[in-house]
Design a protein around this ligand. Structure first.
Ligand code: SF4
Length: 508
């Protein structure tokens, strides 16, 4: 009978989490490389180039591909005939010990993003535990393990619906994907769970994302069943929406569509959809009692030969001198290279600023937003000689409700985040003659290389959510909402949707 040692599972989970923090799955990388070759939208192509270049840098430097190193999701298929040779912990505790070791590894510190008491204090657990663990007991004598790390930006876009049995699944998906905005950092993969019950459909949607990207093989051989037909139809129609990389407008929004199904009630058609983002992270291994998993070291020569560098046409911006008049000349979709000092802040810092200003109290010493730019980021802690760890943007819409306060009372001139802005924020940007910029989500290590100094200026107790001041050199960003309130996340997809010409563009 196969005997699995407790330490082997712990070590394997820890190794797997370190591994997926810096190695993209090759199947996703190959698909992204093909998307880069095919892309005609300059802004989307530039974003994919940043993601691919970031991927290579992370593989070389063994540092996380994204600052959001994710919530850990583990699927265990436990053979009925195996036994544990020396277990003193529950299987869940073993997995969580692996998570703890991985996230606190001093060689490659990963950002702890998990908060306990989600409806209350939301206190960080500090070691990224607990994982979300799905266990199934199956025939056999081995332990089959899939380890994934899922970023909040893409998890936040998960969707679920109970359709009528006669409703169109494709229509629901095509109608729903545009409502997800760009905060899930496309190009990615859609995972769809069909049937069962609501909770079963959600788990299937997540598990479907663990399979390798193979839509082009499926296209080449043709569909063999209804699910494969659905995959192809959804793939084609979602890409025809023209959303593109980072929502900038382009030809590739998804590199695959995965579907799992399960019998359901005659009255029901549950449909769950979860996107995987540019930081697609998962690995699979099997323990058979012979020791911890040995994960294959990928060959760097197989990375797509894409090496992003700042465009010579990009406009350089001196953050120490930039004026409202200069900001007014920037156009949606234009690439800028930021130089100078940038303050940071995300959810918790904005809440504190709003509370302080609401009480008529001054902001902490050193925090003055007048005429300045803020970067929505929660960086990974640095290791070795790094100034800062990977430091990509977080979703800008979460800061929308603070935007008018920040642009008005606090005097901010511009913001850098990822994804689109909501109507309230866009209106505020227009009224204040301000600007919203995006950095590429999923290019966090590349962005961090543009950061030359970093210091905490306020709210140190918030950890990665503190306010930092970064000094940046040629930090690449794209104008998302200009001073007149025009948004590239509207104009870009509309342009490319019309260009692709398969789905009519609504005239508003
Ligand atoms: S790529 Fe985007 S959605 Fe994915 S983990 Fe990073 S920031 Fe979050």
């Amino acid at each position: 009978m196969t005997a699995i040692a407790q330490e082997d599972l712990i070590e394997s989970v820890a190794d797997a989490l370190q591994y997926i923090s810096y190695y993209h799955p090759m199947d996703y990388l190959r698909a992204l490389g093909q998307a880069y070759e095919a892309e005609q939208s300059p802004a989307a192509r530039d974003a994919i180039a940043q993601i691919l270049t970031n991927s290579r840098l992370c593989a070389e430097g063994k540092r996380p591909m994204c600052q959001d190193t994710g919530i850990v999701v583990v699927f265990l298929k436990i053979g009925m005939d195996l036994r544990w040779s020396d277990a003193t912990m529950s299987v869940s505790d073993m997995v969580n010990e692996g998570v703890r070791r991985a996230y606190m590894n001093p060689e490659n510190l990963l950002r702890a993003s998990i908060v306990a008491d989600p409806a209350g204090a939301r206190k960080n657990t500090r070691d990224n535990t607990p994982a979300v663990i799905h266990m199934e007991v199956v025939p056999g004598s081995t332990l089959d393990v899939t380890v994934a790390a899922k970023g909040g930006g893409s998890e936040n876009k998960a969707k679920f619906v109970m359709l009528n049995p006669s409703d169109s699944i494709v229509d629901w998906v095509v109608k729903t994907v545009p409502t997800m905005g760009a905060g899930w950092c496309p190009p990615g993969i859609l995972g769809i769970g069909l049937g069962g019950t609501p909770e079963k459909a959600m788990v299937m949607a997540k598990e479907s994302l663990m399979a390798p990207v193979d839509i082009h093989e499926l296209k080449a051989r043709g569909p063999a069943n209804r699910l494969e037909e659905l995959r192809l139809e959804i793939f084609d129609k979602v890409n025809s929406l023209g959303i593109g990389a980072q929502g900038l407008g382009g030809l590739t929004t998804v590199v695959d569509v995965k579907i799992l199904d399960y019998p359901t009630h005659a009255a029901s058609l549950p449909v769950a959809m979860i996107p995987n983002c540019a930081a697609t992270r998962h690995v699979h291994f099997t323990l058979d009692g012979s020791g911890a998993a040995q994960l294959p070291v990928p060959n760097l020569a197989e990375w797509p030969q894409v090496h992003w560098a700042p465009s010579p046409q990009a406009r350089r911006v001196d953050l120490g001198k930039v004026t409202r008049e200069e900001v007014a000349t920037w156009a949606p979709g234009e690439t800028l290279l930021l130089n100078g000092r940038l303050l940071t802040g995300r959810d918790a810092a904005h809440k504190r600023i709003a509370d302080l200003l609401g009480r008529g109290e001054p902001l902490p010493e050193g925090v003055d937003f007048h005429g300045r730019f803020i970067y929505y980021v929660g960086p990974v802690d640095p290791v070795r000689d790094e100034v800062v760890g990977p430091a990509g943007p977080t979703t800008a819409t979460r800061m929308d409700k603070f935007t008018d306060l920040m642009l008005g009372q606090a005097g901010l001139l511009g913001m850098v985040g990822k994804g689109e802005r909501g109507p309230l924020a866009v209106d505020s940007i227009r009224r204040h003659g301000a600007v919203s910029l995006i950095a590429v989500g999923g290019a966090a290590y590349l962005v961090s290389r543009a950061i030359k100094t970093s210091r905490v200026v306020a709210f140190a107790d918030l950890g990665m959510e503190a306010i930092y001041e970064f000094e940046v050199l040629d930090m690449p960003v794209t104008v998302a909402v200009d001073a007149r309130g025009n948004s590239v996340h509207n104009t870009g997809p509309a342009h490319w949707r019309a260009h692709i010409g398969k789905i009519p563009v609504a005239v508003v």
